[in-house]
Write a protein that binds this ligand. Sequence first.
Ligand code: HEC
Length: 115
Amino acid sequence: MAVTLSNCRVKKTTSLLAAAGVCAMLVSAPLAAADGAAVFNAVCNMCHGSGMGGAPRIGDKAAWQPRIAKGVAILEEHAINGYKDKGVMPPRGGKASLSDADVKAAVVYMVDAAK
Ligand code: HEC
């Protein structure tokens, strides 16, 4: 645990967002089974893989940077409840059976891919 915490602290100095994402994964990994990559591939990739409907594409730093600047908590909230600006992000990507943890893991997966 000491190692985990010190890792989080070190990363925080370089990027608060990176620390939040990495630490959240470190803490939640053993407890929750949420797999960001799997959720992304099953649900989010349909739009975020291609940019369909104005969705920020995974790995597209320019598209994600202003969104990440809002804070990961806001992105998670928008992914869970839906969000509409230039396009429409459906609540939970349109898959109502996803848990909050599933959606959050997929958000972290996309945020990490945009670094
Ligand atoms: C039907 C297409 C579609 C699917 C499926 C989809 N998204 Fe989106 N998503 C969008 C669009 C379009 C936007 C851009 C909305 C805008 O900025 O107007 C968006 C934006 C977002 C944002 C940025 C929100 C913000 O505040 O800027 C996040 C985070 C996100 N999606 C997460 C997810 C996750 C996680 C999944 C899978 C569980 C998912 N999306 C599935 C279309 C989709």
